[in-house]
Design a binder for this molecule. Structure first.
Ligand SMILES: [Zn+2]
Length: 212
């Protein structure tokens, strides 16, 4: 986006954990956001309260995410919500993560699968349900954690490109060596080494630009 453009049509909060929420609170402060898609998950954090306050004060349209939802973006592009559990099993960290929004963005021959922080149980659920998972680009789940991106899931998604969001020299060891090994036949882009990764597509070709 050019720096002078302060408008966003849609932002998606996959789940209300701070590493996904904090940046979006700042987005709400700085941008005019038309619509928000978020799962029915609550959080007791001050950042989540700030998020709710901003949505209310700025009167932003709030759409609860549901599996099966389709969002038409125009120009032939669309987003399919493949998963978003409305009732997580418990407040446990992993149950919240497995309830996050999984979305597939597609335009003609090019598609992107966004897997939030789900782990292999949620991946298995998607495979069993025969969700439309095959995608050109896979945003690797949970920053490259060992418990996600199972070989079975990769065999169904068959990504040509993997994008991994992870902090530089993070203390979790993300992305893990094991996940990187499972992606040996895939082109990998990582935010910890390349900074912001920008994908552009016309539905036929895909262009990738990295910050560094
Ligand atoms: Zn995360």
């Amino acid at each position: 986006m050019p720096f002078w453009n302060r408008n966003l049509d849609l932002i998606i909060l996959t789940h209300p954990h701070l590493d996904h929420l904090n940046g979006l609170v700042e987005v709400l402060q700085r941008y005019e956001v038309k619509q928000i898609l978020a799962p029915d998950l609550k959080s007791a954090s001050p950042a989540y309260q700030e998020w709710l306050n901003l949505i209310q004060n700025k009167n932003i349209a709030y759409l609860p995410a549901l599996a099966g939802q389709q969002i038409v973006l125009g120009g032939g592009a669309g987003i399919n919500i493949l998963d978003s559990a409305s009732t997580p099993m418990s407040d446990r960290q992993s149950d919240i993560e497995n309830s996050g929004i999984v979305a597939r963005l597609s335009l003609n021959k090019i598609s992107f699968l966004f897997t939030a922080d789900i782990s292999q149980e949620a991946e298995a659920k998607l495979i069993n349900r025969r969700a439309d998972l095959a995608s050109t680009v896979l945003k690797i789940a949970h920053h490259g954690a060992l418990t996600s991106t199972s070989p079975d899931f990769l065999a169904v998604v068959k990504p040509q490109i993997a994008a991994i969001s992870a902090g530089q020299d993070n203390s979790f060891g993300h992305p893990t060596r094991e996940v990187l090994a499972r992606l040996k036949d895939t082109i990998i882009y990582r935010t910890d080494t390349s900074g912001t990764i920008e994908f552009t597509t016309d539905g036929q070709q895909l262009w990738v630009k990295t910050e560094k």
